[in-house]
Design a protein around this ligand. Structure first.
Ligand code: ADE
Length: 418
């Protein structure tokens, strides 16, 4: 078995943490039990490019239990948990190519190692696997049945490929399942982003002005949790509807230039590029702190920041100080990469349970529908989404009502009015 991880001696610690996360992943556990019995993925080659975390390890084990041959690489150079990577190789006999802190060339050579296993199903978080396959290993595309995509940024890239007519196989947007983005993007990103900021800095959020760029599901979660910690939250948005929503959620809404002058902590979560750039750095307060929770490290214009500063140094793990010509200090967390995965451990297992249940069931779905799907971006089938919600509630010990026959009849009728 081929692999490239930091140190296999880290495996025992990784195994214990994988098991700990598994305790909160009961939906995935139920799928794993069924997969062990039914082996619905027998012989399927799955290539995954995901954050290598304890939660991902539980997904990999589930796919393997279903009969798949799995190879895994990282979807971000800083998110790999080296002990988990080691345990996946040693204890689960899964090919992993991922080392925390790997440089760009190694990152892409690890993607290439996964593609060298000639996957029939690609499982992406950010679409780097799909895009590399479509550019550098195009000859293999015909072997792929379908792909799945975990995150908003990846779905945006895939939709762009679809509309440009270059997407060469079907991909299911796992991100768009309700049991994914309602919970993972909102509560997962909300909690883990705050966790990353606190672990990196040990700052008190209470009384600070925290500016969130973007009021999508991730931005909403970050704002909600920051407010819960006592921060004064300000939102920067370009979409009028979302800006209005933020205003009526009781948050201050402002332009990026105004926000830059008054903010203490800036968090980007838009999926777009250069939200914070030269003109913002010019007016920021001394000791302003910036971090990013969007998929790529492009939301903060780091080259511009570097160009304006007379000194750049690391002041504690995950915290870099940029000293401006006028003496102001601006701090950047985790090199502008996903702060929740670099400085903390990503979303907690309980939300990843639903995201990865979607991944496992979608992999089964596409394998069962080999040849039936077109070259486009699909949503997760509704039955899968609602079944995951039902089982999740069950695992949480929550019961809900059903409509009475009279209520069902009332909803079907149109003749009954005032
Ligand atoms: N994305 C965000 N949090 C994650 C986690 N804990 N594991 C894998 N992918 C993630």
């Amino acid at each position: 078995m081929d692999y490239d991880v930091k140190d296999l001696a880290l495996a025992p610690g990784g195994k214990a943490r994988i098991e700990w996360a598994g305790l909160e992943m009961k939906v995935l556990e139920s799928i794993r039990c069924r997969f062990e019995a039914e082996r619905p993925l027998e012989g399927a080659r799955i290539g995954a490019c995901l954050h290598v975390t304890t939660e991902t390890a539980n997904l990999m084990a589930t796919l393997k239990a279903g009969g798949a041959e799995v190879a895994l690489c990282a979807s971000n150079p800083l998110s790999t948990q080296d002990d988990v990577a080691a345990s996946l190789v040693q204890d689960f006999e899964i090919s992993v190519f991922a080392i925390n802190g790997e440089d760009n060339d190694t990152y892409y050579s690890h993607i290439d190692s996964v593609l060298a296993t000639r996957p029939q199903i690609t499982m992406d978080d950010g679409a780097d696997l799909v895009s590399t396959l479509h550019t550098k290993r195009k000859d293999q595309v015909g072997e792929v049945i379908a792909g799945t995509e975990e995150t908003t940024t990846g779905v945006i890239r895939l939709k762009s490929m679809e509309s440009n007519g270059v997407l060469l196989y079907p991909v299911v947007a796992v991100n768009n399942a309700f049991t994914k983005h309602y919970f993972d993007n909102r509560y997962g990103t909300g909690q883990s982003t705050i966790d990353g900021i606190i672990r990196a800095t040990n700052l008190l959020l209470a009384g600070k002005r925290l500016v969130v760029f973007g009021y999508g599901w991730c931005g909403k979660g970050i704002a909600l949790r920051a407010r819960g910690m006592g921060a004064n939250v300000m939102v920067v948005e370009v979409d009028p509807l979302r800006a209005l929503e933020a205003a009526m959620d009781g948050l201050e809404v402002s332009t990026s230039m105004n926000a830059a002058r008054v903010g203490d902590i800036f968090v980007t979560a838009t999926g777009d590029t250069h939200l914070l750039r030269k003109e913002h750095f010019e007016v920021m307060k001394d000791r302003a702190l910036m971090c990013n929770s969007g998929h790529f490290d492009v939301e903060i214009d780091i080259p511009a920041l570097e160009g304006m500063s007379k000194n750049r140094r690391t002041v504690r793990e995950f915290v870099e100080e940029f000293e401006m010509a006028d003496g102001r200090r601006i701090y950047l967390l985790a090199e502008g990469r996903l702060v929740n995965l670099a400085a903390a451990e990503g979303h907690p297992a309980s939300v990843m349970d639903m995201s990865f249940a979607n991944q496992a069931l979608t992999a089964e779905y596409v394998f069962n529908h080999t040849g039936d799907l077109e070259r486009r971006v699909y949503d997760v089938p509704e039955e899968i989404d609602s079944e995951i919600a039902r089982v999740k509630l069950e695992t949480m010990g929550i019961e809900i009502d059903e409509l009475t026959p009279e209520q069902e009849e009332y909803l079907r009728s149109w003749t009954i009015g005032t």
